[in-house]
Design a protein around this ligand. Structure first.
Ligand code: HEM
Length: 267
């Protein structure tokens, strides 16, 4: 993992190990319950029965940024500008989790591993959670919900408008992410959820624009997202699937090749 990512996520192995063990124990019951409910509700074992340890990892990845912020607050190391620090850290967590949710489909196309598709939803929801927190910190903590001051700031810093658009696009996706809404909306659900392909690039523009000078990180993440989106183009996807079948892909032993998940295609 590149140094700059480690530095910004988990600074110090000891703290990482502590947070891991803490959240592993905290999320264990929740994950089992989540798995049981998913299994009961779903007719698609390939999609729903992601092994519990993967779900633990997702909850860990989703909750770790919050735990690290709580740790920093507890240790009094929120820097001299704590509100800016909180805004930046939550924004960064949001963009990484949103991109992680976009990785699942291409990874499944390349590897033939369908079970990973069940991780898209929790990753996307955690991403949305941090984006909402990020906005709340900015509007409530930084500007005390003073509308005229916020409007003035947005007029000066247009990148905030781009970030707000990304968040507004993600809101209906988060609200309709349940199986109930998926059933109710039918085909439109898939179309609606394609908004993520617009929201994430907009969030990246917002990220790059918010940087004062060094835009290497948003550029690298932007290149990654471009590749991920390209892998979803039907022609590219078909070709990769054909190559995978020709050269073996994932063995059917894990059920991924022979039992493609119902509704696994799409997003
Ligand atoms: C999907 C939605 C959003 C994502 C993923 C996102 C992500 C980010 C990221 C990654 C940064 C740069 C953090 C850093 O420097 O390390 C940032 C900065 C910032 N964002 Fe967002 N953002 C989103 C929406 C919003 C919204 C809705 C607002 C406010 C209404 C907002 C306000 C800001 C501000 C003020 C900064 C600059 C912080 C600073 O350096 O002082 N963002 N955002």
């Amino acid at each position: 993992m590149p140094g700059w990512i480690c530095e910004r996520t988990i600074e110090g192995g000891e703290r990482g190990a502590f947070v891991y063990s803490l959240f592993y124990s905290l999320t264990a019951d929740w994950s089992e319950a989540y798995m049981a409910v998913s299994d009961m509700r779903s007719n698609s074992p390939g999609e729903a029965r992601t092994r519990p340890n993967w779900i633990h990892l997702i909850h860990l990845a989703g909750l770790a940024p919050l735990a690290l912020l709580a740790w920093d607050a507890f240790a009094g190391s929120l820097t001299v500008n704590p509100i800016q620090y909180l805004t930046q850290r939550t924004g960064y967590a949001a963009i990484l989790l949103l991109i992680a949710s976009l990785v699942c489909t291409p990874l499944s196309v390349v590897s033939g591993w369908k079970r990973i598709l069940a991780l898209r939803r929790p990753l996307g929801l955690y991403g949305f959670l941090y984006a909402a927190l990020h906005m709340l910190i900015f509007t409530a903590l930084d500007f005390g919900l003073n509308i005229s001051l916020i409007v003035q700031e947005v007029a000066e810093k247009r990148y905030i408008l781009v970030g707000t658009t990304a968040l507004l696009l993600l809101a209906p996706l988060a609200l309709t992410s349940t199986k109930g809404w998926q059933r109710r909306l039918g085909r439109s659900w898939k179309r609606l959820h394609r908004l993520v392909y617009l929201a994430v690039p907009l969030a990246l523009v917002h990220y790059a624009w918010a940087q004062k000078s060094d835009i290497r990180q948003p550029l690298i993440l932007g290149a990654l997202v471009a590749v991920l989106l390209m892998l979803r183009v039907p022609a590219v996807r078909r070709r990769i699937e054909a190559w995978r079948r020709a050269f073996g892909g994932v063995s059917a032993a894990d059920g991924s090749e022979r039992t493609p998940a119902r509704g696994a295609r799409g997003r």
